[in-house]
Design a protein. Structure first.
Length: 578
């Protein structure tokens, strides 16, 4: 048996391989180098980093996946006008596929620096490249081409954690449940593994990771860290939820060197939403993961760099700059900091809760979680929009959804359209003034009891999955002690912090946006707005620093200058006071 084998049902991924027009190729010639290669010449191998883009001028290239044992599966055959690459073109992650010439071919090789220039200046060509990259990654994930083989017990918290992480970062994988899949037993014997050593992740190069942490897995896949530890960024954004991603797009697109540090996976809490239906411009809705993946690609298009699965442990000053000390990584030095860490999920105070957390207790309702409880009864706890969206989404696959809310109604905390849909959905029953009082099970959750606080009656159901969506607390425990926070730990900004600007904190050059900010509106749209608007404040701050440095140490006055990349289109103002 081959540990990672081709998917026989996967069709060639040809739908995401458009071709450039002749006029586009003529424009691209300025950026590339023409080469002739013989048949069987390998242009790049799976696992390579910083792979260049190749455009076929004449001949054919084969894009294929490998399993580390010599087995190959053709993904696409490229002819004149078509080009190589997927989302690996936008960052330094390892490429998932390999490529070679099928015959003597004439190609245009475009290196990474010139590709970045194309993405910034050649709009039509850039759009073609980006759409193809996003489509190809979708296809690769869909058919698990070039991906990870995950072997574990389907109900295990660590197995679910790894599945969730790979899904959130958009990396292809195939899952073998050791409880039900006969191939899993064969693989365990092959590697001399016992069930108590699961889960394991088998990489295409045959490395075997035993129950890896998210950080270890991210590093093994080449998506974990920023490589240039000596660089000083204009702005470092902590958190890659909607606010952080919006800040990254606007900062990078306006010429600021930008680093984004995310402790888990891009998207934040919004990234776990099955469907966001009231976000402007998406009349049919958009999944949180799709929104975050496209936003990340958009930021990378403009040059933003990402450190994924890296927690910031603390922040310190270094002169006028800041240093972010990362978990298992190089410290990042930056001139300004945008804190967009969002919030962590609140938990229920019920016996055995920690025992079943992430193994029956979930904080997100995506396609992955829906697959775990297909045809089963489930419980959703909460009365906000996240709970309402989860209940509707899960009702499509679950046999029944019980929506539990402690309050007397849904209208005060949930959008009107959601309330109406829930009340008319045949597969959802709403239980108000209700709370879970008991969780039972052995190695996984098997039974749940909840109490009606009006009548005192207790109902018990054979339920193995509950979705807890009852709010969150701010992720601010890593912050320096000098940053002002309110009684609940949310960061104070603006006039209450003694700062100029709505998003400025009491520390110069440090800003807070999104859910982590005290007084913010906990909505995706408002978070995106805050993340985009804060960049104008950063431009003014950096321009003032540059002006003060150019005038000497005595000059500490604020200024605005058009010379700073991306600054507001306002006349330069000298606010020197003598």
């Amino acid at each position: 048996m081959t540990p990672i084998e081709s998917n026989p049902q996967a069709p060639p991924l040809h739908t995401s391989f458009p071709g450039f027009s002749e006029s586009a190729i003529q424009r691209l010639r300025v950026y590339g180098t023409e080469q002739s290669v013989d048949a069987a010449t390998q242009l790049f191998a799976r696992g390579d980093r910083d792979v260049d883009m190749f455009v076929v001028l004449d001949g054919q290239l084969e894009v294929f996946e490998t399993d580390g044992q010599g087995a190959e599966n053709t993904v696409a055959v490229l002819s004149s006008g078509q080009f190589t690459g997927e989302l690996d073109l936008l960052d330094n992650r390892q490429t998932l596929l390999a490529c070679r010439a099928m015959m003597k071919s004439h190609i245009l090789r475009i290196d990474r620096s010139n590709l970045k220039q194309i993405l910034r200046t050649e709009t039509e060509i850039a759009n073609t490249i980006l759409q193809a990259c996003i489509g190809r990654r979708f296809d690769i994930v869909r058919y698990a081409a070039g991906g990870v083989l995950l072997v574990g017990l389907g109900h295990s918290a660590d197995t679910i954690r790894l599945q969730r992480f790979l899904t959130r970062v958009g990396h292809p994988y195939r899952m073998l449940d050791a409880d039900t899949n006969v191939d899993a037993d064969a693989l365990l014997r092959c590697f001399d593994l016992d069930h108590d050593q699961l889960p394991v992740a088998l990489l295409p190069d045959q490395r075997l990771l035993r129950n890896p942490s998210n950080v270890v897995l991210a590093d093994a896949l080449g998506i974990g860290d920023l490589r240039d530890g000596s660089k000083t960024y204009d702005v470092a954004i902590v958190g890659a939820g909607p606010a952080g991603l919006a800040a990254a797009v606007y900062a990078a697109s306006e010429g600021l060197s930008t680093a984004v540090i995310e402790g888990n996976a891009p998207g934040g809490q919004a990234g776990t939403s099955s469907r966001i239906e009231n976000y402007l411009g998406f009349p049919t809705g958009v999944s949180g993961q799709e929104l975050s993946e496209r936003s990340m690609a958009q930021a990378q298009k403009f040059g933003a760099e990402f450190a994924i699965s890296r927690e910031v442990l603390r922040m310190s000053r270094c002169g006028t700059n800041y240093v972010l000390h990362l978990e298992d990584g190089n410290p990042i030095q930056t001139r300004t900091v945008v804190i967009a860490t969002g919030a962590r999920y609140s938990k229920l105070h019920v016996p055995n809760y920690d025992r079943f957390e992430y193994s029956g207790i979930h904080y997100a309702a995506t396609a992955m979680e829906a697959g775990l409880c297909r045809g089963q009864e489930v419980i959703v706890v909460g009365a906000g929009n996240s709970a309402g969206q989860a209940a509707l989404f899960l009702s499509q696959t679950a046999s029944h959804v019980y929506l539990l809310a402690r309050g007397p109604g849904l209208e005060a905390t949930m959008s009107y359209y959601l309330v109406q849909r829930i009340l008319t959905a045949p597969g959802i029953s709403v239980h108000l003034r209700a709370e879970i009082v008991e969780l039972e099970g052995g190695d996984q959750l098997r039974k749940v009891a909840w109490r009606d606080n009006t009548s005192g009656a207790v109902a018990t159901r054979a339920i193995s999955n509950i979705f807890v969506m009852i709010g969150a607390s701010p992720k601010t425990t890593w912050l320096c002690k000098d940053l002002a926070v309110d009684a609940k730990g949310f960061i104070i900004t603006g006039s209450e912090a003694g700062a100029d600007g709505t998003f400025a904190t009491n520390q110069p050059g440090v800003y807070a946006v999104g859910d982590v900010r005290s007084g913010s509106v906990k909505r995706v749209a408002s978070a995106v707005g805050e993340g985009s608007v804060v960049i104008s404040d950063i431009h003014r701050y950096l321009a003032a620093q540059d002006y003060a440095a150019s005038r000497g140490p005595k000059q500490t006055d604020m200024s605005r200058s058009l010379h700073y990349a991306g600054s507001l289109a306002e006349p330069a103002i000298d606010l020197q006071t003598g």
